[in-house]
Design a protein around this ligand. Sequence first.
Ligand code: GRF
Length: 199
Amino acid sequence: MTQGHKRVAILISGGGSNMMTLAHSMTGDHPARPVLVLANDPSAKGLARAADLGIPTAAVDHRAYKGDRAAFEAALLQPLLAARPDVICLAGFMRILTGSFTQRFAGRMLNIHPSLLPKYPGLHTHQRALDAGDTQAGCTVHEVIADLDAGPILGQATVPVLAGDTADTLAARVLIQEHRLYPAVLRRFAAGDRQPITL
Ligand code: GRF
């Protein structure tokens, strides 16, 4: 980590496969380095994986706040601000953030979503694509704003929907693209390039 590198905090809720691809990509001439992996679930498997890579980790259990978003977010801000991130990547982070939280990091918080936004914001994206008879599916990296799974699109990757696909088989095919798209977008974004890309 040198003076010039952008500091990246990654927020996760589960296994962290996207977090791992981001962390592995931030080496060599990459303009950024990971400084924190933060989870809303202390048992998130991604925490141990990040620690194995030598990345500082922290967890704030949202269940302890019994639905009080403001209190949960105030607690989340402590390890986050202490890490002094330039960029925040939501990577399989499954808590909906309030407008005041997203506003605080406006223009420097990214999210990956497993659909071709603006189609299918929210959950169950693959089943909804199948139910609609779509022939293509994919994923999107976008800047985070107060509206859920909205905000300026920075990159998209598509996959074909194949005969016999289930939500699981489609999700697995999309996840492969997620692992290509998010590192590609982050490298550009950390270098100041917001021009959308398509894989
Ligand atoms: C990914 O499909 C991501 O797009 C979604 O959650 C899934 C899990 O991601 N939000 P990860 O393996 O925890 O990165």
